[in-house]
Design a protein around this ligand. Sequence first.
Ligand code: AMP
Length: 221
Amino acid sequence: MSIKTIILLGAPGAGKGTIAEGIRSASRFLHVSTGDMLREAVKCGTPVGRQAEAFMKRGELVPDAVILGIVEERLDKGGADDAYMFDGFPRTMDQARLLDEILGGRKAVVNKVFLLDAPRALLIARLTGRRVCRKCGQSYHVINIPPKVAGACDLCGGELYQRADDSEATILNRLDVYTKQTETLIAFYEKKGVLVRVDSARPRQETVAEILRGAGALAAS
Ligand code: AMP
C-alpha cells in the first residue's frame, strides 16, 4: 500500500498545531511537526536544538539541512505508518522539493495540502494570548481556551508559559517571513491541483471536521 500524505499550511496562529492534534486523534496520520520537534530539541539541549535556538528566537527559518535531518529521523521512527500529516513543513519552495524527494524515496506523493486561512488581526490575537504547558506541551489561550486554574495545565498541572517567539515583535516578523516564503509555495500546490483552502477563523472542531472529510479517503484507506 502506498503512503498517503497531507500537509497543513498556514500562518503562525492559524491553529496548525491544535488542528493537527484533532486530526491525529481521529485518524491514523503520523503527525510530523517540525516546530514541535525543534522546540523539544531546544528543551533537551541536543546538537539540533543548539543549532536551531537562535533562529527560532528571532522568528527566522532554521536552515534546511537541520530540518531535513529531523524530518527523515521522524519518518524512519514512524515505521509502518502509511499516512503522513506534515505541520509547519514545507515552508519554502526549496523545502517543498526536499519533501518530494523524501516522499519519492518512500513511494509517496503529496496528496492534499490544506491551507488554513484566517485574518491577520486574528492571528496576532491568537499568538499573543497563547500559553503552553512547560511539562506536556498542551496549548491554551488566555481568553479563548483558558486553563481551569490560572497559570497551570489542566492535564498535568505543569506551569504555563509564553513561547519566546510569541512576543509581539517576533510575531510580526514570523508573519512577514511566512507571507514572503509561502506565497510561491501556495501557488505551486495550487497549480498541482492539490490545494484546499479551509477557513480556520471558526471553532477548531469545525475546521478539523472539514479537513477530515477532505482527507477522508486518505485517512481511512
Ligand atoms: P512553528 O511552531 O511551526 O510556528 O515553528 C516555530 C519556529 O520553528 C519557526 O518560527 C522557525 O524558526 C522554526 N521552524 C519550524 N518549522 C520550520 C521549517 N519547516 N523550516 C524552518 N524553520 C522552521
